[in-house]
Structures are given as structure tokens and as C-alpha cells.
Design a protein around this ligand. Structure first.
Ligand code: SF4
Length: 125
């Protein structure tokens, strides 16, 4: 059983109810198909603080919360992949602690950003 968190775009979340992310999670479709055998549990769902904040800096507090709930995999949302200039930075920052899957629903490939999936970095502390 994998513990999953979904991280979505703060601007899009002002008018999105996360239907696509949650539907595909619940039905184990698209990016969540990989959990068909092993199973998954949604333990985190959060959004970026918005373009006017420091979006990469604001990950730190979210990462600490995700660590407390033993998140294995962070899925960056398809809306982040599709519109955010910080997509790759987000992926690399999360990947210091978790495996990162670069989308939630829809096609495996993005229009603005290529899909990025990163296994957790090994950190020497
Ligand atoms: S910084 Fe990226 S993820 Fe955050 S609100 Fe802006 S476009 Fe969305």
C-alpha cells in the first residue's frame, strides 16, 4: 500500500474542485494506474500558495507535513505540469524526500512541460 499526496496549482485551485485528480485516484486510472496491484491511500492534498508568493520556498512547510504522514509518492497535478514555470523545480525539491510522479490525470505527456518522474534522491545527512 503506497501513501500518496497530490500537489496542485494554487491559481487553478481557486476554481477547480479537483474532480479530475480525485476521480482518477479513486478509479486507479492514468497516473494512478501504477497502484492497481499494490493499492494506495491518499494521505495529503495541498496546493501551492500562488504565483505571487515564493512558490518553491513555500514547499518546505508542506514537505514537513507530508513527511509526518509517511508519504511515499507525491503526484504533481496535471495543472501544474500544464502551466507552471516551476514544475521542474517543484519536482526536484519534492524528490529529495519522496518519489515524484509528474502528473495526475490525462495523457502521459504534457503540452508545456514534459512529464517528469523522479525516484527519491538519496540524501546524505
Ligand atoms: S506558481 Fe505554478 S503552481 Fe503555483 S499558482 Fe503559479 S502556476 Fe500554479
Amino acid at each position: 500500500m503506497k501513501k500518496v499526496a497530490i500537489y496542485v496549482c494554487g491559481e487553478v485551485s481557486k476554481k477547480c474542485t479537483a474532480n479530475g485528480c480525485l476521480r482518477t485516484f479513486n478509479q486507479k486510472e492514468d497516473s494512478f494506474r501504477r497502484y492497481e496491484e499494490v493499492g494506495c491511500q491518499l494521505v495529503g492534498f495541498n496546493n501551492c500558495n500562488g504565483c505571487e508568493e515564493n512558490p518553491v520556498e513555500s514547499l518546505k512547510v508542506k514537505i514537513e507535513k507530508f513527511k509526518k504522514t509517511d508519504v511515499d509518492k507525491v503526484h504533481l497535478s496535471t495543472c501544474i505540469r500544464g502551466r507552471c514555470d516551476h514544475y521542474e523545480e517543484f519536482a526536484k525539491e519534492f524528490a529529495k524526500y519522496f518519489d515524484v510522479i509528474g502528473y495526475t490525470h490525462g495523457s502521459d505527456n504534457g503540452k508545456k512541460n514534459n512529464n517528469i518522474n523522479i525516484n527519491k534522491y538519496i540524501i546524505f545527512e
